[in-house]
Design a protein around this ligand. Sequence first.
Ligand code: BGC
Length: 520
Amino acid sequence: MRTTMQGLSALALLGAIACGNGSSQGGSPASPSGAGVAGDAGTGSGGSTAGPGSSSGDDASSGVASGGTVAGDGGPSADGNLATSGSDGASGGPRAAHVANPYAGATFYVDSEWASNVTTTAGQQSDATLAAQMRTVAGYSTAVWLDSIASIAPADGTMTLAQHLDAALAQQTGSTPVVITLVIYDLPGRDCAALASNGELPATTAGLGSYEHSFIDPIATTLGESRYGNLRIVTVIEPDSLPNIVTNSSVAACETAGPFYEQGIEYALEGLHAMSNVYVYLDSGHSGWLGWPTNSGPAAQEFAKVAMATTSGFASVDGFITDTANYTPLVEPYMTATESIGGDPVDSATFYQYNPEIDEVDFAAEMYGALTSDGFASTIGMLIDTSRNGWGGSARPSRASTSTDVNTFVDATKVDLRANRGLWCNVSGAGLGEPPQANPPGHDASHLQAYVWIKPPGQSDGTSASTTNSQGKMPDPNCNPDYTTSYGVLTGALPSSPLAGQWFAAQFVQLVQNAYPVVP
Ligand code: BGC
C-alpha cells in the first residue's frame, strides 16, 4: 500500500495530496499546497505494554471475565476503560464487553511468522549488538494483514486467520486480555493512486460482491466464533482508501473505485462493529498527506459520510489511525510549524508547502478536532503507526539550525530525512519508531490510545521489478532508486526490493540501525 499524493489540479494548490498506506506521498503543488506521507509504530517487549495509566488486568472491572462471560456493566476500569456493552456477537456466543481503549491493560499479540523472519535476519548479522537488538524487536507486536481472500486461510502453509486468533488466545496469561490487530485490506480497485499494492478485486459490482461475501463475511464469521469472545480484536480498515477519495479523485482509477470503497467499507463496518469485542479504526492518512486544512476538513466529512451510512452511524467507528505504513515522524523536536525563520514561518519552506501539520502528533490532534466537530463522539481514540517513523541514526539532527533562511533551516533541522514528504517506498534512512504501547504519555490533545506497529517492519512496500503474482500487485517506479518522481527528486527507495509484503532483510537491518528510540 502506498499512498500517493497526486495531483490535484489547480484548485488544489491549496490542498495536497498524498496517498498510500504503507506510505503515501504527497504531491504537492506549487505554492501553498502540499502532500504528504505516513509512517508507523511499535510495541514493547513481549508485545505487551502498559502505558501510563494502563495497568494489566483492567478487564477485571471492564467485564471481560474468564470463561467468556460478559459483564456489560459499564463500570470504569482501572485504566479508565468503560465497559459499554456486553452484547453477543453476530455469530453468537458470549463476548467480552466493549471497552473505551482496547489496548489499555492488554497484552499485545506477537505474530510468530513475522518474528521468525526477524530472528532469521538476526542470525545473519556479524554485529552482535545489532543481532541482540533484532531479537528484542522479535518480541514486539505487529499487525496481521488480511490482504486477499486467500489470506484468510492460505493454502501455502502460512498461518490462517483462525490460527492467528488461536495463537493470540495462547498468549494470554492470567486474566489479562490479549489484543490482536488485523488490517482489512482487499477493497475492489485497491491502491488506486499507486501500483505496488494493487489488489485482486476489480472496481466493479462483481468485485464488490466478492469483497463482501468472499472476504468480509468469512472474516466476520471467524471473528464471531465463541472461542474468540474474550480476545480484543482491533481492525484497521482499508488503509489509504478513503483518503484517496478525498485527494486523488483526479486519478481515473480512484474516481472509478471511490463508490466501491465507500460501499465496501460500510459493509465491513456493519459486520465488524456488530461484535462487542471487535474494534473498528479507519485510516486517516498522515500529516504530509491530509495535513492541510483543505484536506483534513473534507477527509473528516468523508469519514462521517461513510459512518453515517451504517446502521449504528458514528458509533460503528471506535477511532482513527494515522501514518499507516508511512514514515512521517511522530514529532519534529526542534521546530514548530509557526515559528518564524528570517521572517518566514517554518511551514512556508519548500519541504512543508504551507502544510501546518509537520508531524503526526499534531496531525492526530487536528484530525480529532475535525472528526468530533463533524459528529464523531468525543470518546473516539487515535492510533499512530510508529513502526518505521523513528529517523534515528548518525544522520539525525540533534538541534535546530542557526540559519535564517527558512529552507536551509528546515532542511538542516528536520528529522524526517526524505527529500519530499510524498516519498513512500522502502525509504532509505528510516528507522523503527516508538515501540507499541498503550496510552503513550505527553500528547493529551492528540487523544492517543496507542502507538502500534501496523506495517510490520521488514516487509517491503513494493518493487519496481516486473513480477508475477496472483495478488494484482504491479511494478511501481516509486520503488526504483533511480527514478525521478513527480516531485523532481529521486525516490529514496532502497534497491532490489521484493514484492509488497515480502520480507526485505536489507530494509529491516537499516530500520533497526536507525531506530529512534534506540532498541534496548
Ligand atoms: C502489501 C500487503 C502486505 C502489507 C504489509 C502492503 O503494502 O500490499 O500485501 O500485507 O503491505 O506488509
